[in-house]
Design a protein around this ligand. Structure first.
Ligand SMILES: *[C@@H]1O[C@H](CO)[C@@H](O)[C@H](O)[C@H]1NC(C)=O
Ligand SMILES: *[C@@H]1O[C@H](CO)[C@@H](O)[C@H](O)[C@H]1NC(C)=O
Ligand SMILES: *[C@@H]1O[C@H](CO)[C@@H](O)[C@H](O)[C@H]1NC(C)=O
Ligand SMILES: *[C@@H]1O[C@H](CO)[C@@H](O)[C@H](O)[C@H]1NC(C)=O
Ligand SMILES: *[C@@H]1O[C@H](CO)[C@@H](O)[C@H](O)[C@H]1NC(C)=O
Length: 329
């Protein structure tokens, strides 16, 4: 029986090998640059690397185009050997608490990347400027790390960018004005910069953007966040809570697409425009802890909340009144 078993454990690799030798060398170098005694045991040099766990090859060219890892085991820095996976389009390193150090410049060589995710790790240092070399990038997801420094303004020159998620880091400085001038090809961006230490006024240029969603809660941003609103836009989520925003809510015109709105814990003043009920699909609403005044509009015709909103959507404002709060005097 033994030779038969061995045949299955160590198949003759010549027949099955689809993987390109350079890709395989790069993957094995990637594996061995971690400091663990036995990193990624299943990546056996005798096997076709297109069959490795987490590796995806193009069906016609057999080049490695995807590398997706989740590991609480792998320890060390992001391997520079990645630079030799020259056809890589998708790189996702997720939930790797023992991944440390900065994002290496090797990542900037992967010019075919469309999807870059490094999330839930302990990497630190800046959001690197060299990411601007990744002209095909559509998804940039660097959430839940320890990144610091400011957001590189030139990211806004990437022509196909659709998602920027830099949430839950320690980023400082302003939202770059350039973000209001994303190329037309990057038309409906989803932006998540929440849970950082960003400060400064919201650039007026952001009014140009037709965001699909914008989440910037829990920063120290200030100024007029009404630029995110506007009739005719396609935004579904606006979450700007826990900043220092000051603007007149009565002057906001809402997009019909709006489903989630959280402006809580700011200094937003004025009354609640009746249009918020008449013209939107709102399902979740939080206006608490602001300086709003006047009568809460009536006549909510909400799909999932036919009774309207209870007081937890409105409390702790300057002088809001009427159902579901106390009657107006
Ligand atoms: C890329 O591959 C070449 C040739 O195999 C090798 O000399 C070089 O060290 C590799 N680069 C990295 C960053 O591993
Ligand atoms: C970072 O490392 C600390 C221990 O040093 C760990 O508690 C934490 O979960 C790690 N963070 C992430 C996002 O994995
Ligand atoms: C937040 O920004 C304001 C200026 O808008 C500044 O005075 C304050 O110190 C900042 N707070 C923190 C915690 O950085
Ligand atoms: C936003 O995009 C939608 C869908 O393409 C379009 O109809 C609308 O005119 C755009 N609105 C603005 C303000 O750019
Ligand atoms: C709105 O936010 C406040 C403060 O964070 C919270 O107490 C309240 O439950 C929230 N209400 C809703 C409807 O989410």
């Amino acid at each position: 029986m033994l030779p038969f078993l061995l045949f299955f454990l160590f198949p003759a690799h010549s027949a099955a090998e689809l993987c390109h030798p350079n890709d395989k060398a790069a993957l094995l170098a990637f594996k061995h640059s971690f400091s663990n005694p036995n990193p990624i045991p299943s990546w056996d040099p005798n096997f076709d690397c297109c069959s490795y766990y987490g590796v995806n090859c193009d069906e016609t060219t057999n080049y490695v185009i995807g590398l997706e890892m989740i590991s609480d085991y792998l320890t060390g820095t992001i391997p520079t050997a990645l630079a030799n996976l020259t056809h890589l389009q998708i790189l996702r390193l997720q939930k790797m608490p023992n991944l440390v150090g900065e994002i290496p410049s090797a990542i900037g060589e992967l010019t075919n990347l469309r999807f870059l995710e490094i999330s839930w790790t302990n990497i630190s240092g800046p959001v690197p400027h060299f990411l601007v070399k990744l002209k095909n990038l559509a998804f940039l997801e660097l959430q839940f790390n320890r990144l610091s420094g400011s957001i590189p303004p030139l990211l806004a020159t990437l022509p196909y960018l659709r998602v920027i998620d830099l949430s839950r880091n320690q980023l400082t400085g302003p939202i770059p004005e350039s973000f209001g001038y994303l190329p037309k090809t990057a038309e409906f961006p989803a932006l998540d910069l929440s849970h950082n230490k960003l400060s400064g006024d919201i650039p007026a240029s952001l009014a140009n953007l037709n965001f699909s969603s914008v989440e910037i809660s829990r920063n120290n941003l200030s100024g007029d966040a009404s630029v995110f609103f506007g009739k005719g836009k396609i935004t579904t989520v606006i979450s700007i809570s826990r900043n220092n925003f000051e603007f007149d809510f009565a002057k906001v015109s809402f997009m019909e697409s709006l489903v989630i709105l959280d402006i809580s814990h700011n200094k937003i003043y004025g009354s609640i425009p009746p249009q918020i009920i008449e013209d939107t699909l709102l399902q979740r609403l939080n206006l608490t802890y602001n300086r709003l005044c006047g009568k809460v509009p009536t006549g909510w015709k909400l799909k999932f909340n036919p009774e309207g909103w209870d007081y937890t959507s409105f409390f702790h404002n300057r002088c809001l009144c009427g159902i579901p709060l106390d009657p107006c005097k």
